[in-house]
Design a protein around this ligand. Sequence first.
Ligand code: SF4
Length: 134
Amino acid sequence: MILVSSCLLGICCRYDGLSKPDDEIIKLAKQSQVVPVCPEQLGGLPTPRPAAYISGGDGFDVLAGTAKVLTVRQKADVTKNFLQGARECERIARFFDIKRAVVKSRSPSCGLNPQVGVTTAALILLGIDILETG
Ligand code: SF4
């Protein structure tokens, strides 16, 4: 079973209320068993929601409590929501014994390069192999 960022499957869970469908991942989802997750929704944030970014480090630093997640315009602190989303994804990953995940690039939750997102950091710490796309 593979954990997948929901927006890659065409689910409209992005901050702007849209999705980011990826044909290859949709094909993969039809051939394998995938578990779609949106950490920001699981963290209790609405859709649409203000865009956010990691300030002062990366997702590992947010997990360690040394960096924060802020909204781009208002600089509102949404770190608690991002941590809750990461913890819920961890719980889902453990439940389904997930070994691989496909994540959406350039997201403060799901990204891998150039900056690891909060949920992706939590998944890496669980030993899950991460593939990034989008
Ligand atoms: S990148 Fe992650 S957090 Fe953002 S919409 Fe997609 S699944 Fe949700």
